[in-house]
Design a protein around this ligand. Structure first.
Ligand code: NAD
Length: 281
C-alpha cells in the first residue's frame, strides 16, 4: 500500500516549531525579498513567502519593481541589504526581467545572508560538503521530507530528472552528501526509462506533465514530484502520472501538497538559521 509523502503536514510541523522558537526572541528574524519580474507565478510565490514569514512571527519586506529598474539600482539595493544589520536573509525571486544580469545579482548577495543558497560560495560549499551558510530550499525540503518519513538515503540509487541550478544540480550534491548513489538525467538523456527503472528514489523536476509513467518506475520505489504546471483549467499538475504510479511506488508526493510546502518551510528554516549564526547563537 503506497504511503503519501505529505509535504503540507510536514511543513506545518516545521513552521510551528519555528513560530514557537521565534516567540521567545526579542529581536525577530528578518527576510528581505526582491521581486523584479512581471511573472504571475513569481508574484504568487513572493506573496506566499511574505505571508508565511509574518505568520510565524518573522519580519519581512518585499521590494517590488517595474520593468524600469536598472541593474545599477538593483546592485545598490543588494549592497544596502548586505550592510543592514537588521536583515538576516536576502532573496531575489527568479527569473529577473530579461535586461537584468541574474548571475551578477546572485553573486553579490552576501553568502551569510544568501537565504536561497544560490551564491557560488554556498553552491561550492554544498558541493564540497563544507557547511554552506544556507542550502537551496527545494533540495533541502525534499531531503527533509524523506527524513520525516524515515526513508534511508545511504547506499540507495537516487535518480534525479532535471538539471537546473535551483533544483536538479544542488539536489544531486545534497543526496551525494547523504551517501546516496546519484544519477542525473535531463532532456538529452537517452533511454530515460532504462535509467528511472533502476531508481530506489526517483525525483522528477522538469515541468513536463506525465513524463514519469508507471512503466518507468521500479516496484516499491520512492517517487518525488517537484514539477509544477498550471493547467488551462487552473489546476496544478506535476511530472508524474500520480494515479498510475501510486500503484507501483512505496511512497509518493502529491502535487500540490508535496514538495511545494516543503520549499517554503526550508526558506523559513534558512532565515532562522542565518539569524542564529549572525547573532552568534
Ligand atoms: P527548469 O525549468 O530550469 O529546467 C527543466 C529541466 O528539466 C531541464 O534540466 C531539462 O533538461 C529537464 N527536462 C525537460 N524536459 C525533459 C524531458 N522530457 N526528459 C528529461 N528531462 C527533461 O527546471 P526547474 O526550474 O528546476 O523547474 C522544474 C519544475 O519544477 C518546474 O515545473 C518548476 O515549476 C518546478 N519547481 C517546483 C518547486 C517546488 O517548490 N515544488 C521549486 C522549483 C521548481
Amino acid at each position: 500500500m503506497v504511503q503519501i509523502l505529505d509535504g503540507k503536514i510536514t511543513a506545518t510541523k516545521i513552521l510551528e516549531g519555528l513560530k514557537q522558537k521565534t516567540s521567545t526572541l526579542s529581536k525577530k528574524p528578518y527576510l528581505a525579498v526582491i521581486l523584479a519580474n512581471d511573472d504571475d507565478s513569481s508574484k504568487i510565490y513572493v506573496n506566499s513567502k511574505e505571508k508565511t514569514s509574518n505568520s510565524i512571527g518573522f519580519k519581512s519586506c518585499v521590494y517590488r519593481f517595474d520593468k524600469n529598474i536598472t541593474q545599477g539600482e538593483l546592485i545598490k539595493l543588494i549592497h544596502e541589504l548586505n550592510q543592514n544589520p537588521d536583515i538576516n536573509g536576502v532573496l531575489v525571486q527568479l527569473p529577473l526581467y530579461s535586461h537584468l544580469d541574474e548571475n551578477q545579482i546572485l553573486n553579490l548577495i552576501d553568502p551569510k545572508k544568501d537565504v536561497d543558497g544560490f551564491n557560488p560560495i554556498n553552491i561550492g560549499k554544498l558541493n564540497s560538503n563544507d557547511n554552506p551558510y544556507a542550502v537551496c530550499c527545494t533540495p533541502k525540503g525534499i531531503v527533509n521530507l524523506l527524513r520525516a518519513y524515515n526513508i534511508e538515503l545511504a547506499g540507495k540509487h537516487a535518480v534525479v530528472v532535471g538539471r537546473s541550478n535551483i533544483v536538479g544540480k544542488p539536489l544531486c550534491s545534497l543526496l551525494t552528501n547523504e551517501d546516496a548513489t546519484v544519477t542525473l538525467a535531463h532532456s538529452k538523456t537517452k533511454n530515460l526509462k532504462a535509467i528511472t527503472k533502476t531508481a530506489d528514489i526517483l525525483i522528477s523536476a522538469t515541468g513536463t506533465t506525465n513524463l514519469i509513467t508507471s512503466d518507468m518506475v521500479k516496484k516499491g520505489a520512492v517517487v518525488v514530484d517537484v514539477g509544477i504546471v498550471r493547467m488551462p483549467n487552473g489546476k496544478i499538475k506535476g511530472d508524474v502520472d500520480f494515479e498510475k504510479v501510486k500503484n507501483i511506488a512505496s511512497f509518493i508526493t502529491p502535487v500540490p501538497g508535496g514538495v511545494g510546502p516543503m520549499t517554503i518551510a526550508s526558506l523559513m528554516e534558512n532565515t532562522f538559521e542565518l539569524y542564529l549564526k549572525q547573532n552568534g547563537i
